[in-house]
Design a protein around this ligand. Structure first.
Ligand SMILES: [Zn+2]
Ligand SMILES: [Zn+2]
Length: 353
């Protein structure tokens, strides 16, 4: 079968690899419908290895590079291994990429995303979504209702991550949420904030095309940091207070500091951006303003809720899909296209067929 395989930094090849064997105990074989290209895939391509195990095998899965990439996928269950009851052949599913040890205190308490030996589909697992087939644990599969297409089904994973992050902020109906950076995660976090009942969601974004998308995704206002000081702008909108909740979705030094300062006294700052390096924060402002800094790791635990919200039409998913490509042109029309035309691309989906 064809698959996009990470061999090293700047070395990802679409090549022929063996199809997965019949699924072992507790696993199922999934035929991939669509798989989204994520910022993590870009990071592994341009600056990797970040999470791909290279020097030694992954402690939980034994996997070592080269690895098949892809962790935001939908597909059909085509074969089930012994002992599987959660799904059956023919089920349409989206996958949660998180693989835990099932034995530590985090896995046992429903927080598998915090497992110290965590592994990921498409990074440290025996396969990924940029391939025709992949074997996965049955617990990674979530049923897609008929209202959710395979294409939008490939957005379940990143959407669930934003859904969980917003949920953790305990946003209240009268509150104002600021989203710093409206790439794919920011645009989904924006919609998650509305779904969780935020009265007002303000986007901070410099790129014109993404400002437009933020409005289409329901932003009440858009602050252009090239034209306005975002801290002054958000205070103007909130009687001088600042945002109740700020969600940082850009992951660069300037936006990290900015997110902290945009929050009101006792406001909450949720960090979703992937920072390549440790970044500074205005700690005096955090102390004097009694601000809370939070993180959130993936969407494990809220997949069913997130899929339900999608089935109810609460996520404008289609407008986030800006490209559909095949595996043969994965590099040129996928990764390179996102790098060269960052503003024009939100989510590019890959089909192995
Ligand atoms: Zn991702
Ligand atoms: Zn664990």
């Amino acid at each position: 079968m064809a698959a996009a395989v990470w061999h090293g930094r700047r070395d990802i090849r679409t090549e022929d690899v063996p199809e997965p064997p019949p699924p072992p105990e507790g696993q199922v074989k999934v035929k991939v419908a669509w798989c989204g290209i994520c910022g993590t895939d870009l990071h592994e391509y341009l600056g990797g290895p970040l999470y791909v195990p290279v020097d030694e095998p992954h402690p939980l899965t034994g996997v070592q590079a080269p690895v098949i990439l892809g962790h935001e996928m939908s597909g059909d269950v085509v074969e089930v291994g012994p002992g599987v009851t959660r799904v059956k052949v023919g089920d349409r599913v989206a996958l949660c990429p998180i693989i835990g040890c099932l034995e530590c205190r985090w896995c046992k308490s429903g927080l598998m995303g915090l497992c110290p030996n965590i592994a990921f589909l498409g990074i440290s697992w025996h396969g990924g979504g940029f391939a025709q087939y992949v074997n996965v644990h049955d617990y990674m599969c979530y049923q897609l209702p008929p209202e959710v297409s395979y294409e939008v089904g490939a957005l379940v994973e990143p959407f669930a991550a934003t859904y969980r992050a917003v949920k953790r902020t305990e946003v209240q109906p009268e509150e104002t949420v600021a989203i710093v950076g409206t790439g794919p995660i920011g645009l989904m976090a924006l919609q998650s904030a509305h779904i969780h009942g935020a009265r007002r969601v303000v986007a901070v974004e410099a790129a014109a095309k993404r400002q437009e998308l933020a409005r289409e995704c329901g932003a009440t206002a858009v602050i252009d940091p090239a034209k306005q000081d975002p801290v002054a702008a958000i205070r103007d909108m909130t009687d001088g207070e600042g945002a109740d909740v700020v969600i940082e979705c850009a992951g660069v030094e300037a936006t990290g500091i900015l997110a902290g300062r945009m929050a009101r006294r006792q406001g909450r700052i949720m960090v979703m951006g992937v920072f390549e390096e440790p970044a500074p924060l205005d700690y005096t402002d955090v102390v004097y303003g009694e601000k809370t800094i939070m993180g959130s790791m993936g969407g494990y635990g809220v997949f069913d809720e997130a899929i339900q919200a999608m089935a109810e039409g609460k996520l404008a998913g289609e407008i986030l899909i800006t490209g559909r490509i095949g595996l043969d042109n994965f590099l040129r029309d996928g990764l390179e296209a996102v790098i060269k035309h960052k503003e024009d691309n939100v989510k590019i989906l890959v089909s192995p067929d």
